[in-house]
Write a protein of this length. Structure first.
Length: 180
């Protein structure tokens, strides 16, 4: 059975607390992620959001924002950025576009290969930069179409000059602090 965005919207209206993606005509129920992964996503949203806010470069969203992609899939990266020129007004529906930046954060139960496949799909559909954050290995891997992935660790600085000229984030800042 091949399902559509309309089918997903009907299911979502019946179960508003559930989060879904539509992948190749199949509805995928997204479970909650572990605490650490969500905290890392929140930290990235805060650090990037504080830099973006005064610059009005675009829109930054978390894991609940759904994108209807050109292949008719509905996907929701953990963190997304869309340039202001592509989305001048926020919408009360899923947006039909490909974000300029998409970030996936590996949860405790995730496997790397499906995450890399999701990032690759977004890049092939027009995303400029895809990022995979792996809390288990304490690495951040930056993907660009037709380029070798760049793996960053604790001593490195994350930059995305094509989207955020001048923005820098030490990788070590992403990891949740330990309070003693």
């Amino acid at each position: 059975m091949f399902l559509t965005i309309k089918d997903l919207e009907e299911l979502q209206s019946e179960h508003p607390d559930w989060q879904y993606e539509l992948v190749d005509g199949k509805i995928v129920v997204m479970g909650p992620c572990d605490y650490t992964s969500d905290e890392i996503g929140s930290r990235l949203l805060i650090f990037l959001g504080m830099w973006l806010l005064p610059r009005n470069l675009g829109r930054l969203t978390g894991s609940s924002a759904g994108f209807i992609l050109p292949n008719s899939n509905l996907r929701a990266p953990d963190v997304s950025f869309v340039r202001a020129a592509k989305l001048k007004r926020s919408q009360r529906n899923f947006v039909e576009l490909v974000p300029d930046l998409m970030v996936e954060i590996k949860s405790k139960t995730d496997r790397i290969k499906p995450i890399e496949e999701k990032i690759d799909l977004f890049l092939r559909l027009g995303t400029d930069v895809g990022i995979l954050i792996d809390p288990d290995k304490l690495t951040v891997t930056v993907y660009r179409l037709n380029a070798q992935p760049q793996v960053l660790g604790d001593g490195d600085i994350l930059t995305i000059p094509e989207l955020f000229p001048g923005w820098e984030l030490p990788i070590a800042e992403l990891w949740p602090p330990i309070f003693e």
